[in-house]
Design a protein around this ligand. Structure first.
Ligand code: SAM
Ligand code: SF4
Ligand code: SF4
Length: 355
């Protein structure tokens, strides 16, 4: 079927005039944690059907797709999962991606989100393979609270050692290391201020994420969401903050600086302040399905194209058509009370498409 994709200064635009800039690639659907908000133990148990190995995209397939995405404007790739450091030889994939450049000739910005459990062991090899920055998830400093959240008894100290190893390996040199903390009311919201105090003045940027209704297994309730506004108010009461301008277009975090100049924090208000209008990210699942929104129910099967007879030009044309047709804006719809009902039943899990 004939269609005319819209371009703006060379950028492919979707139905809401949003370019394609950011690609998140899930490299495994497995994880060694069972965070209750993501992979609750009762569902992700020994009977859970994880993807068989031959369903996973190979490193060659991922790199081939990355090239095609770059042709359409992607500048940043985030490796995620599941727990990306569980994917065997992930360093080899990073090495392959690190050789790619963006359309304007800059090195591709490659980053990775990890629960930090294997970082102590792997930080140096990740840096050697070409990784320049990293985001580590950590939901609190109190061991009992953190263990309850990861639900596998994993101690805070090991994640902190992983963060220190990342710093020592230089993963915070080009851009600060980021820490993601998902806040759940009554579970870890008393960790907001201690976490802020701990990372203040370290050069590490702590970001507070509103607990989201992603997937259909975490039993999400609105009353467990702590609005970012409250997070900021709680920190500001003890350590005064000033608002900062966004550093990049389409940035999801609102940035705040400590008034005494000792660094910054961010809040990601996915629930209380939808940022769909600037959402420039696509998500590739472990088995090569392309999702245009975190709350999508269907993904487009790119693996079938990779493993079929299609040329790179064919895959490129398919991607152009998919992005051009994109109209997703779930968080805006949720905010307006118009979230499609079907989504309540069939949402894809965060551990499958990557956060
Ligand atoms: N396992 C890695 C980790 O935890 O960093 C990478 C994958 S994880 C799905 C990516 C990010 O999604 C993490 O920072 C995690 O805290 C966040 N996340 C998972 N479920 C969430 C939810 N229901 N609401 C908000 N953030 C969530
Ligand atoms: Fe695993 Fe990350 Fe999900 Fe926690 S948030 S269960 S660490 S994938
Ligand atoms: Fe992007 Fe979907 Fe999130 Fe909106 S709800 S910001 S379109 S991922």
């Amino acid at each position: 079927m004939w269609f005319t994709p819209r371009y703006d200064w060379g950028m492919l635009l979707d139905q809401r005039q949003r370019p394609l800039r950011d690609l998140r690639i899930s490299v495994t659907d497995r994880c060694n944690f069972r965070c209750s908000y993501c992979m609750p133990k009762e569902v992700f148990n020994k009977d859970y059907a994880y993807l068989p190995h031959d369903h996973l995209l190979s490193f060659e397939e991922i790199t081939r797709l990355a090239r095609v995405f770059i042709e359409h404007g992607v500048q940043k790739i985030r490796l995620t999962g599941g727990e990306p450091l569980l994917r065997k030889n992930i360093e080899v994939l990073i090495e392959m991606l690190a050789k790619l450049s963006t359309l304007d000739g800059k090195p591709l910005d490659i980053t990775l989100t990890t629960n930090g459990s294997l970082l102590k062991k792997k930080a140096q090899s990740l840096a050697n393979s070409g990784l320049r920055r990293v985001t580590v998830s950590l939901d609190g400093l109190d061991d009992a609270i953190f263990k309850r959240m990861n639900d596998v008894d994993f101690p805070v100290s090991d994640v902190l050692e992983g963060i220190a190893a990342a710093q020592a390996a230089g993963l915070g040199q080009q851009a600060p290391i980021k820490i993601n903390m998902v806040v759940k009311r009554g579970v870890n919201d008393d960790q907001i201020v201690p976490m802020a105090q701990h990372f203040k003045g370290t050069g590490i940027v702590l970001r507070f994420i509103e607990y989201m209704d992603v997937g259909s297994t975490n039993g999400w309730r609105m009353d467990e969401v702590v609005p970012s506004q409250d997070v900021i108010a709680r920190i500001h009461a003890q350590m005064p903050l000033v608002a900062l301008a966004p550093s990049a277009h389409g940035e999801t975090a609102q940035r705040w600086a400590y008034a005494d100049g000792s660094g910054e924090i961010g809040v990601i208000s996915s629930v209380t302040q939808a940022f769909c209008a600037d959402c420039n990210r696509a998500r590739l699942s472990t088995e090569g399905r392309l999702f245009l929104c975190l709350f999508a129910t269907q993904g487009q099967d790119l693996r079938a194209l990779l493993r079929g007879t299609q040329s790179d030009a064919d895959i490129s044309a398919a991607l152009q058509k998919i992005w051009h047709a994109r109209d997703d804006h779930y968080s805006e719809q949720r905010a307006n009370g118009q979230a499609p009902k079907i989504i309540q039943l069939k949402r894809v899990e965060m551990s499958y498409i990557g956060g």
